[in-house]
Design a protein around this ligand. Structure first.
Ligand code: ACO
Length: 327
């Protein structure tokens, strides 16, 4: 039997504070009807001033470890996929490593925006399959509400805060990663970005025109890209594995917008009953959305051991990709 990278347990954590569409209508020119019909979102979770990326990462990590009854000192790696880490540096993974007592683990962050969990699965999974490491935690988490302009109705209504963690280990079981595709197109980077705060436009330097500390997004461009990218990467990942949509038990996409998801599912001919959706409860949690959806799919009995799950994500970069996993 080849050495496989198997997800043995999962945890999740989201902010407690619920913000509904009607709450936005109290201070913005918007409505529940507009937000729901354009995005499928009914409410989202908003981090408090005291909460940050590591708050949710640590909670989700502890739950994943407890669910598999794993000693944190046995971990070889803690990897955090996020674009809203606590600091520019140190990495959020080091903060998590310390908080959970993973004393002999390496730690690094992965920056692939809303596709971070997809990239992380391939990266951590390959490290396990190669024999470089045995046991790892992969966490996908974001707190994008800390980076939005609350007067910009076209972006601030979209996001929510939280994430999930998976415990992965080397195994001879016939489960784990089946295939992955990872793609990027940096020429589309201008369509979604936070321009201020990096080395190009450091905080404190004179701001060039249009250089904002907040999320800037050309919604229609991102929408068009997302539907195509999700459809194409699902087809590619199935082709790579020699499988078809019929072999997929459940489809767990990045939860950004219900219209994008259903358009992509249509494009690949996926029956609606195979689709898992929870964007109505959480909005877009970026790298956190797929692990939270996987957690809820499992908790509600939709995702069972041995099922073939297809995950797909897209985001700022532009980056996108898909994983096929035998759960
Ligand atoms: N309430 C009411 N009206 C609004 C709102 C709002 N919250 N937001 C925008 N509008 C208005 C616009 O001003 C515009 O008005 P105008 O015609 O008078 O100019 C009108 O609604 C239509 O705007 P569009 O941008 O064309 O609306 P669209 O139907 O495209 O929906 C949306 C906007 C929801 C943002 C959509 O484009 C979308 O979901 N895009 C993809 C976003 C995404 O998934 N991003 C994920 C990447 S995130 C990451 O990587 C970190």
């Amino acid at each position: 039997m080849p050495r496989r990278a198997v997800i043995q347990s999962i945890g999740m954590a989201v902010a407690d504070k619920v913000m509904t569409n009607d709450d936005f209508a109290k201070f913005l020119d918007t409505s529940n009807e507009w937000i729901q019909s354009r995005t499928g979102i009914l409410e989202r979770r908003i981090a408090s001033d005291e909460e940050s990326c590591s708050t949710f990462a640590i909670r989700a990590a502890k739950q994943a470890l407890a669910n598999a009854d794993v000693d944190p000192e046995s971990l070889d790696l803690v990897a955090v996929a996020s674009v809203t880490g606590d600091y520019q540096f140190p990495s959020t993974s080091c903060i998590v490593q310390d908080a959970i007592g993973a004393k002999r683990a390496g730690a690094f962050d992965i920056g692939a925006a809303c596709a971070g969990f997809i990239y992380g699965c391939q990266l951590v999974g390959s490290m396990i399959e190669s024999g470089a490491i045995q046991r790892a935690l992969l966490i996908g988490v974001d707190v994008l509400t800390k980076t939005v302009d609350w007067t910009d109705r076209s972006t601030c209504i979209l996001f929510g805060d939280g994430g999930g963690a998976v415990y992965m280990e080397a195994s001879n079981e016939d489960r784990g990663l089946i295939s992955t595709v990872l793609r990027s197109d940096g020429s589309g980077g201008r369509h979604i970005l936070i321009a201020l705060g990096g080395s190009k436009n450091p905080i404190g330097a004179q701001r060039s025109a249009g250089c904002s500390p907040y999320v800037y997004m050309e919604g229609r461009e991102v929408y068009r890209f997302a539907v195509k990218a999700m459809g194409d990467s699902c087809c590619s990942v199935l082709q790579k594995a020699g499988m078809s949509v019929d072999d997929v038990d459940i489809f767990v996409p990045h939860q950004a917008n219900e219209r994008i998801i259903t358009a992509a599912a249509d494009r690949i001919g996926l029956p609606p009953e195979k689709l898992f959706l929870n964007v109505h409860k959480y909005g877009n949690m970026s790298a956190g959305s797929i692990p939270v959806a996987l957690y809820e799919a499992q908790a509600t009995g939709r995702l069972k051991k041995g099922d073939v799950v297809m995950t797909v994500g897209f985001g700022a970069g532009l980056v996108w990709g898909a994983n096929l996993i035998r759960w």
